[in-house]
Design a protein around this ligand. Sequence first.
Ligand SMILES: [Zn+2]
Length: 173
Amino acid sequence: MSRDTIPAEVKRAVLVEAGHRCAIPTCRATTTEIAHIVPWADTQDNSFENLIALCPNCHTRFDQKKEIDRLAVKMYKHNLGILNNRYGEFERRLFELLAKSGERVFVLGAAGDLLVANAVKDGFFEDKHVQGMNFDIKSDSGYSKSFPMTFTYWVTDAGVEFIKRFASGNDIA
Ligand SMILES: [Zn+2]
């Protein structure tokens, strides 16, 4: 069995796990390339657990130049599983964005509170109920309600810490 015989369904699962992007949180370039975490030559291990999506650049830095540490790559893989189970796609993209920008405040549009509900529950973002835009409904039957259309969030200290661990490949569990 050669290193080229990674079963198609395993390959697909590994790419889906990382959203067809490089699994290094600060990179996230689109990719269809897959790397062995423990080298193929050592264990001939083509299992899902030993594979991770990396872009060609990070793959070279990991495999050949040894600029990316194996333990860090193991942790990126471990964190991907947690992130995928615990947070939605929008939250994961937000973590990446905040890791790059270092922003502490951000504004979301309608339904933004649903998009970051898990991260808010975990105490990473805080809604300080800044007065924003509202959508007011009044029906003939007398029903009236005002729906918020903007949500302003602060990244908490716990959120900053989490994003730092996520971006640097430390355990986020
Ligand atoms: Zn990369």
